[in-house]
Ligand binder design. Structure first.
Ligand SMILES: Nc1ncnc2c1ncn2[C@@H]1O[C@H](COP(=O)(O)OP(=O)(O)OP(=O)(O)O)[C@@H](O)[C@H]1O
Length: 256
């Protein structure tokens, strides 16, 4: 069990090289329990690569990753997912012909090892449906439970992706640009829902829209050229002249 003072997720000296190119270098990142932390940085800074290292899609060439007290560096993606790391992708990964309800039911069955069972007693499915409806409610998708995914507004599809990640009952949720492609008038609502997710889940999200970052994060890590330039509260980051110079430009002044 992760104690309240043990960081949920911690990297030390984490790095990966692609041949001669160091995409991520010597990253010390800490995600506290209940974090609402943004990972920002210019295009190509290494943000997605870092998420891929955290989830195990990529193997680091240096450093370590701890989930609570456990060194998860050698573990596969699958093992990491099973002990509490969930993620969403920049690009929509949903099945368009399914409904939100059936998508979540399938994800819960997969988690509970029921997915390979073509037949199972109804009494085992009732709690699955109850849990799926509860998740849809939490993500404000309950009214759309039976609408085909292809007919959902894009912002709702992104919420469904988060619901699917939540179906794994994660301790850590990694969101790679959850508002990417979402119209501006829907993205605030999407982040409202994210910010209301249970406090025992630590969330790290990549986001380019500084208004959303400053509105919804409690801490911000700034990645530049594969390394952490600085990390702090939104107020610290907005006031940091190096961040303004390297990354935020005049956008930082608006939040200073
Ligand atoms: N498999 C790979 N092989 C070689 N280079 C890669 C690979 N994956 C990523 N890179 C390079 O690593 C750097 C970091 O890429 P990454 O996608 O992590 O950046 P990012 O900060 O997520 O960018 P964006 O904000 O544009 O999504 C880029 O220069 C990219 O071209």
């Amino acid at each position: 069990m992760t104690g309240s003072r043990t960081p949920s997720l911690r990297t030390r000296g984490l790095g990966v090289r692609f041949g001669a190119f160091a995409a991520v270098t010597d990253v010390d990142l800490t995600l506290e329990p209940g974090a609402r932390q943004a990972l920002i940085g210019p295009n190509g800074a290494g943000k997605t690569t870092l998420i891929n290292l955290l989830t195990g899609v990529l193997r680091p060439t240096s450093g370590s990753i701890h989930l609570g007290d456990r060194d998860i560096t050698p573990l596969s993606c699958d093992r990491r997912a099973r002990i509490g790391l969930a993620r969403t992708f920049q690009i929509n990964t949903l099945f368009p012909s399914l409904t939100p309800l059936s998508s979540i039911v399938l994800a819960i069955c997969e988690r509970d090892g029921l997915a390979s069972t073509w037949w199972c007693p109804l009494r085992r499915m009732t709690p699955v449906y109850d849990e799926a409806h509860a998740l849809l409610g939490r993500l404000k998708l309950d009214a759309l439970a039976d609408t085909p995914v292809s007919a959902l507004a894009y912002g709702k599809q992104r919420l469904l992706e988060i619901a699917l990640a939540m179906a794994a009952k994660p301790r850590i949720l990694l969101l790679d640009e959850p508002a990417a492609g979402v119209p501006e008038d829907e993205s605030g609502e999407l982040f409202e829902v994210i910010s209301e997710l249970p406090q025992d889940i630590s969330i790290l999200f990549i986001e380019h829209d500084m208004n959303l970052v400053f509105r919804f994060s409690r801490r911000i890590s700034v990645l530049v050229s594969g390394s952490v330039l600085t990390e702090g509260t939104p107020r610290d980051i907005a006031a940091n002249p190096r961040v303004r110079e390297v990354y935020l430009g005049t956008a930082g002044a608006a939040h200073g």
